[in-house]
Write a protein that binds this ligand. Structure first.
Ligand code: AMP
Ligand code: MG
Length: 337
C-alpha cells in the first residue's frame, strides 16, 4: 500500500471520508500528537487500529468529534462537565463519561465509559467535520514507541501500512491530552497533560489526581504500559547526579560512541561543548520538544542520556511523566543508568 501525506484540501478530505467509510484508518494532525483514526462505530475498523499499532487489547481508545457534534448522543454528561467543555474545548482535554454504548465496544475495551476529545487543530476539525462521525484514535505510533509530532514521524512508523496521513505540520502541544475521569462527583486526572489539575480545579472547585494502588487494575489502562521508548540505548540521571551523567557521557565517547544529553536549557548552558538535545526553558517548550528530540536522539545517538528536569508541578507533571517513562523510570525512582 502506498502511504500518501496530504495537507487539507477538498480533494484530500473527500479521500479521507471515502477511506473511513470503507473501514480504513487515516492518520491526522492534532494539537497534541498525530492520531491514527478509524470509524468508532465499525468493529473491524477499530480492531485494525489495535493490530496496526500492536496495542494491547485492554487499552481503550479516545473517540474524537468535531466542535458541532452532539455528544449527548454518545455519553451521559454530569452537570459540572458543561463548564469544563465551555472553558477547555476544543483543546487538549479528553473527558471520560458514562457511555451510551453507541460506538463499537472495542473502542472502550468493554468498559462502561467512553472517552471523548474535541481537538482544536484546524486539520483535525476539517477531517472530523468531513466525516461527521466519532473517530476512534490513539496516537499514531507503534505501541510503546515515541508518539509522533510530525507527519514524517507517522510515516517512519507506518509507511506502506496506512493509505493517508493528513498533514497539519508540527504538533505544537507536543504531549498527549490530559485524560480526565468525569464519572464521579469530582473530576479526576488519569493522565497529566497541558490542561492541569490547577486549571480544572479553578473552574469546578476541585480536581483529584488518580494514583493506582498496588495490585489494583488501573482506571486508565494505558498508564500501566511502558511507553514513549526511543529505540537507542538510554541512561537516566537525577538532577543532583549531573557529575555521574558527565562521566557516563565521556565513557561512551571514549568507546567511540556518540552520546547525546536530553535536558533542560540550563544544563546545556552549564555544560557547553557537549552534544545535547535542548528541551528549552518553560514547561510548554519542553512539552513541545520532548517527542521530536526523543526521535532525533534515536537516529543520532548511540546513547541518549536523560537528565531529570528541575521544574515540577502544573504542565511539568505531564512532561516529567512522559520523560521518565521514555527512559524506563517510574515516578518514584532512584538513580539508574
Ligand atoms: P492514546 O490514545 O495512546 O493517547 O491513549 C489513550 C489513553 O486514554 C490511554 O492511557 C487510555 O488508557 C486512556 N483511556 C481511553 N479511554 C478510556 C476510558 N474509557 N477510561 C479510562 N481511560 C481511558
Ligand atoms: Mg499513545
Amino acid at each position: 500500500m502506498k502511504t500518501q501525506i496530504l495537507s487539507v484540501t477538498p480533494q484530500s478530505l473527500a479521500y479521507a471520508k471515502e477511506l473511513i467509510a470503507s473501514g480504513e484508518v487515516v492518520a491526522f494532525h492534532t494539537e497534541t500528537v498525530y492520531g491514527l483514526g478509524a470509524d468508532a462505530r465499525n468493529d473491524q475498523a477499530v480492531k485494525k487500529i489495535f493490530t496496526l499499532k500492536g496495542r494491547p487489547a485492554d487499552n481503550p481508545l479516545i473517540a474524537h468529534v468535531h466542535t458541532g457534534y452532539d455528544i449527548s448522543s454518545l455519553v451521559e454528561t454530569p452537570p459540572y462537565t458543561a463548564r469544563l467543555r465551555e472553558k477547555f474545548l476544543p483543546g487538549p482535554l479528553t473527558m471520560v463519561y458514562p457511555s451510551k454504548r453507541k460506538v463499537s465496544s472495542y473502542v472502550s475495551c468493554g468498559l462502561t465509559t467512553l472517552s471523548l476529545r474535541v481537538p482544536s487543530s484546524p486539520t483535525a476539525q476539517a477531517f472530523l467535520k468531513a466525516v461527521d462521525i466519532p473517530i476512534a484514535a490513539p496516537s499514531a505510533n507503534r505501541s510503546k514507541h515515541v508518539s509522533p509530532v510530525t507527519a514524517q514521524h507517522v510515516a517512519d512508523d507506518f509507511d506502506g501500512d496506512i493509505p493517508l496521513i493528513l498533514d497539519g505540520g508540527v504538533c505544537t502541544g507536543g504531549i498527549e491530552s490530559t485524560v480526565l475521569d468525569c464519572t464521579g462527583k469530582i473530576p479526576s486526572i488519569l493522565r497529566a497533560g497541558l490542561v492541569t489539575k490547577e486549571m480544572i480545579a479553578a473552574e469546578v472547585g476541585a480536581c483529584d489526581v488518580y494514583v493506582p494502588q498496588e495490585g489494583e487494575k488501573p482506571k486508565s489502562p494505558g498508564m500501566a504500559y511502558k511507553h514513549y521508548a526511543p529505540s537507542c540505548r538510554t541512561a537516566f540521571f537525577n538532577k543532583e547526579e549531573w557529575e555521574n551523567a558527565i562521566k557516563c557521557y565521556l565513557t561512551e565517547q571514549g568507546k567511540g560512541g556518540t552520546p547525546f544529553f536530553l535536558c533542560e536549557h540550563s544544563f546545556v548552558e552549564e555544560h557547553p561543548g557537549l552534544y545535547a538535545l535542548d528541551l528549552g526553558e518553560t514547561p510548554e517548550e519542553m512539552a513541545a520538544r520532548l517527542y521530536a528530540h526523543l526521535r532525533t536522539g534515536e537516529r543520532c545517538a548511540t546513547l541518549l542520556i536523560g537528565i531529570e528536569p528541575r521544574q515540577s508541578g502544573g504542565v511539568m507533571d505531564g512532561v516529567r511523566n512522559r520523560m521518565l517513562r521514555a527512559f524506563g523510570q517510574s515516578e518514584k525512582r532512584g538513580a539508574r543508568s
